[in-house]
Write a new protein. Structure first.
Length: 282
C-alpha cells in the first residue's frame, strides 16, 4: 500500500507519526470550534440542505494548515469547499496520501448551542483509511488509531466490547445503538426494526457515534446519509478496536477510489464483532 508516496502504513513508526499528526490537526480544529462555541454564527445552507458556518470553514483551514506544515505534498478531501488558492495540495489519487477532513461534525448541534460536536481527520492511501483521529471538542477527548497500532482513547487502548454492569444471567444484554437523524434511504426500515429490539440513541454526530462504538460505549451505529469525511476516521477506530464496519447490507466500504469520489453517500453499519452480522439488512 506504499504506492508512490514511499510510505509503508504497516510500519508502526510511520503509522504513529501519521496518527500523531492527525491528532494534532484534529485538536487544532476542535480548539477553534470550542473557543467560538455559544456565539451567534452566520449560517448558510449548502446544496444538500445542510448548514455551514464561518466556524466550519475556519476550523477546516486550521486543520489543513497544520497538516501542510508537516506534509506539504499531500492531497485533501474536505467537507467544506476550499476557497481558490486556500491549498497547494495535489488532486487526490490512490497513490497519494489523502487527508479526509470533517472540521465540525455536528454543525446543527453547534449552531443551536448543543454541546456535542467533533473534528474528524483521517488519512487514506491505496483506497483505505490508514489513520484517523476524532476529537470530542466539548470534552477535549481524543479518539485515534491506525491500521498498524489499533485504536486509542487519549493513549489508552480501546476495545469495541460492552461496558457497564453485566445483566442478570437470565437476561441477555440489550444493545444500545445509534441511529441516524434522518429517514433518508433505508433508515426508516432498519430503525423500525432496531427500535423493537434495542435501545436507540442519537447524538447528532456520526463521527462521535463511531468513536463511541470503538470505545464500547455504543454497541452499534447506523448512518444512512453520511459521506466519506463522516466515516473515514471512525472506520479506522472501529476496526482497530476489533469491531466491524460495512455498508448496511454487509458489503465492504473500502477500497474506495478517492480520485473519483464526489461526495456520494456512503451508508454504513458499525458494531461490535459479535453483533455485526445480526444487524445486517440485505
Amino acid at each position: 500500500m506504499a504506492g508512490r508516496t514511499g510510505l509503508n502504513p504497516a510500519n508502526v513508526g510511520t503509522a504513529r507519526a501519521l496518527r500523531m499528526l492527525a491528532e494534532t490537526a484534529a485538536r487544532a480544529g476542535a480548539r477553534l470550534a470550542r473557543q467560538r462555541f455559544g456565539a451567534v454564527h452566520a449560517v448558510r445552507w449548502k446544496a444538500d440542505r445542510s448548514e455551514v458556518t464561518e466556524v466550519d470553514e475556519a476550523a477546516q483551514r486550521a486543520v489543513i494548515t497544520c497538516i501542510q506544515a508537516a506534509r506539504p505534498a499531500d492531497a485533501f478531501i474536505c467537507e467544506e469547499t476550499q476557497p481558490e488558492g486556500d491549498t497547494r495540495a495535489p488532486a487526490p489519487s490512490d497513490a497519494t496520501l489523502c487527508w479526509v477532513i470533517d472540521p465540525l461534525d455536528g454543525t446543527r448541534n453547534y449552531v443551536r448551542g448543543l454541546p456535542h460536536y467533533a473534528c474528524s481527520v483521517a488519512a487514506m492511501l491505496g483506497g483505505f483509511p490508514i489513520v484517523g483521529a476524532i476529537c470530542d471538542a466539548v470534552h477535549d477527548v481524543m479518539y485515534s488509531g491506525s491500521q498498524a497500532e489499533g485504536a486509542f482513547l487519549d493513549g489508552t487502548t480501546l476495545r469495541a466490547e460492552a461496558r457497564g454492569p453485566a445483566p442478570p444471567a437470565d437476561r441477555p444484554r440489550t444493545p444500545i445503538v445509534a441511529i441516524p437523524s434522518t429517514r433518508h434511504g433505508r433508515a426508516f426500515e432498519i430503525v423500525h426494526d432496531w427500535v423493537d429490539r434495542m435501545i436507540v440513541r442519537n447524538f447528532g454526530s456520526a463521527a462521535l457515534h463511531l468513536a463511541l462504538v470503538a470505545a464500547g460505549q455504543l454497541d452499534a451505529a447506523l448512518a444512512t446519509n453520511c459521506k466519506l469525511w463522516d466515516l473515514a476516521a471512525g472506520w479506522v477506530l472501529v476496526t482497530g478496536a476489533g469491531g466491524r464496519m460495512s455498508s448496511p447490507d454487509g458489503a465492504p466500504l473500502f477500497p474506495l477510489d478517492v480520485a473519483r469520489y464526489a461526495g456520494e453517500d456512503l451508508p454504513s453499519l458499525a458494531a461490535k464483532a459479535e453483533l455485526h452480522a445480526g444487524l445486517i439488512h440485505p
